[in-house]
Design a binder for this molecule. Structure first.
Ligand code: ADP
Length: 448
């Protein structure tokens, strides 16, 4: 359009200029003057038109420039948004990997389901617990996968009732295999406040429950055991204060009861403290290479006078061998004394106690066995004699006791020295109590 105007305007302007130039060259009549004036007017008009046209072209160029700038801004905005999106995707992927790493490293059972109760994510413990292979189960309905219908029902209920967090205590299994779990079910909500998934976590609290029950039983037993000697000390002391012991002989009898009950109390407290120190790991253990044969010999010497009171013969069949085990001498002495004094306590007058300490090269252990010809223990009670406060009812009349001695033996041998205790017994014939401690190997002895 621009070029077309130039084709018209430029020749017309040249003609007008020629005519205009003709006036001063000689043309003088009115017609010529009029033609010149009109040509001059037309040329001016055309020049004005041209000027206006160019102005509008400038405006168009300017708007085109602006358009271009707008497009360029839009393009850079788009590329920035694409970059941001790529970054967001990368961030989301990283977050997903982090979440997966957390879930897979948790020892608790973790199950993530969607709004239709299909499996989105589950860790190994979840697979083991629910009985499926985690790898090829994604997006499968949970009730098709899980054997534990109670749990599936709980997840579905939480989703439909839209409860944010719910905590339950669930019990699975039966008999000796009962496991108790703390189950936390949390609903996940989307931006429109719809439930888009459910996270379920199961934490096994069976051991905690067991420990808390054991603690309660222990406290119950301790208070009961402490009460008995304390009650008798209080009663006899009151009788003495009230002058109820008329003669010296009765007073002496009361004093001796108070003394023996105080000693029992002392033993009980000592045993309880020792057991709890070992259980909590607070006890100081001084291990050194020792000979169990020497420990046995010393313990037999100590117990002989007590055995003689009951006319019980104690036979030590041990050959002395040095530095067999790495052990705390005082603790192992206590173990041997406890077993020996039990053997004497639960063996009727005139009986026999035999002690043997041997090195078992094939098992790499030292084995100490104390055999008596005592009252014996029935098979069903044999498994319980190492429990805290357990006393065999049928044997109670033979001797007084706390029911803690054998538990202490077990703790010292098994927990402190990584050994093993054992017992065999027959009612009316006698018992064999003993323990094994790991032998120091030749290599270890040289290093020492
Ligand atoms: P206690 O202080 O009652 O002797 P222990 O823990 O040493 O406690 O022993 C637990 C129970 O095991 C005893 O009450 C006793 O009935 C039984 N017992 C332990 N040693 C023998 C043994 N050599 N012969 C028969 N019964 C025994």
């Amino acid at each position: 359009m621009f070029g077309k105007h130039y084709i018209l305007v430029i020749p017309l302007a040249l003609i007008c200029l020629l005519l205009f130039a003709a006036v001063p060259l000689g043309g003088t009549n009115l017609l010529e003057i009029l033609v010149c004036l009109s040509a001059f007017g037309v040329t001016g008009g055309l020049l004005w038109y041209l000027f206006m046209e160019r102005k509008s072209i400038f405006v168009q160029v300017e708007s085109l420039k602006n358009d271009y700038k707008g497009q360029r801004d839009k393009a850079s905005q788009c590329s920035k948004e694409t970059k941001d999106l790529r970054l967001s995707v990368q961030l989301l992927k990283r977050q997903k990997r982090n979440t997966e790493a957390i879930i897979y490293s948790i020892p608790d059972v973790v199950i993530v389901t969607d709004a239709s109760d299909r499996l989105l994510m589950a860790n190994e413990p979840a697979g083991e617990f629910l009985g499926f292979d985690v790898k090829d189960t994604m997006l499968k309905p949970l009730d098709e996968l899980a054997e534990k219908k109670e749990l599936v029902k709980l997840i579905r209920n939480s989703r439909t009732t839209r409860v944010r967090h719910v905590k339950h205590e669930l019990q699975f299994g039966s008999g000796d295999n009962i496991r108790i779990y703390n189950c936390i079910v949390s609903c996940i909500f989307d931006d429109d406040d719809h439930v888009c998934g459910v996270v379920t976590i199961l934490h096994d609290i069976s051991r905690e429950k067991e420990i808390s029950q054991m603690k309660n039983e222990f406290v119950g037993h301790v208070s009961h055991e402490l009460k008995t000697p304390l009650a008798s000390i209080t009663a006899y002391a009151e009788m003495l204060v009230d002058g109820e012991a008329a003669d010296e002989k009765t007073r002496k009898e009361f004093y001796s009861i108070i003394q023996s009950q105080a000693q029992r109390l002392n033993r009980l407290i000592e045993d309880i403290l020792n057991i709890s120190r070992i259980e909590s790991g607070l006890i100081k253990v001084h291990k050194e290479p020792v000979s169990t044969a020497l420990i046995v010999r010393d313990a037999v010497q100590m117990i002989k006078s007590y055995a003689a009171e009951k006319d019980i013969k104690v036979e030590d069949q041990t050959a002395v061998v040095f530095d067999q085990v790495s052990a705390d001498k005082d603790m192992i002495s206590q173990v041997v004394i406890n077993l020996l004094s039990n053997a004497v306590k639960y063996t009727p007058n005139g009986g026999k106690v035999a002690v043997n300490s041997e090195v078992d090269e094939s098992q790499q252990v030292v084995r100490v066995t104390i055999t008596d010809t005592g009252v014996g223990i029935s098979a069903d009670e044999l498994t319980r004699v190492f429990d805290k406060f357990y006393r065999v009812k049928a044997n109670n009349k033979c001797a007084k006791g706390t029911g803690l001695g054998l538990n202490l033996v077990k703790q010292i041998v098994e927990k402190v020295h990584q050994g093993r205790v054992f017992v065999t017994s027959e009612v009316g014939k006698g018992s064999s109590f003993g323990f094994e401690l790991p032998l120091i190997t030749a290599e270890k002895t040289i290093i020492k």
